[in-house]
Design a binder for this molecule. Structure first.
Ligand code: CDP
Ligand code: MG
Length: 137
């Protein structure tokens, strides 16, 4: 078993998609290990998106991520759980995310693409430590 990290972004929370997204993960067979609705500060958002620091869209995504509450989740499943969640999310660009995926079904704009998911087991460990330090090994 392995764990990954995900959150519903402020745009997804505002649109009332928490239940829909959670339903999909539970229906898939993933186990919710921890979750909460929280408002994060700018420093946490910058730390979360540190890999994108210096890019043209960095300020916009940090501002977006602090614009309202996010719904954070730690999900447990098989070894490749991070990949499973990424597949269910769909491509980053909503123009390329397939129907049936979360982004493909609910978004049209890159900056408002509903959900984040760790892109590897290493990212999952780093992000779980940032958001749920009590769960970090
Ligand atoms: O979220 P994901 O891992 O799929 O993509 P990313 O490359 O890590 O980028 C993080 C977030 O930045 C994306 O989910 C988009 O909301 C946003 N982004 C953007 O606004 N413009 C880009 N050219 C790339 C990403
Ligand atoms: Mg990413």
């Amino acid at each position: 078993m392995a764990r990954t990290f995900s959150f519903i972004k402020p745009d997804g929370v505002q649109r009332g998609l928490i239940g829909e997204v959670l339903r999909r993960f539970e229906q898939k067979g993933l186990t919710l290990v921890a979750a909460d609705l929280r408002q994060i500060d700018r420093a946490t958002a910058e730390a979360h998106y540190a890999e994108h620091a210096g890019k043209g869209f960095f300020d916009a995504i940090v501002t977006g991520l602090t614009s309202g509450p996010i719904f954070t989740m730690v999900l447990e499943g098989p070894e490749d759980v991070a990949k499973i969640v990424r597949t269910m999310m769909g491509a980053t660009n909503p123009a390329e995310s397939a129907p049936g995926t979360i982004r493909g079904d609910f978004g049209t704009e890159m900056q408002y693409n509903i959900i984040h998911g760790s892109d590897s087991p290493e990212s999952a460990a780093r992000e779980i430590a940032l958001f749920f330090p009590e769960l970090a090994k």
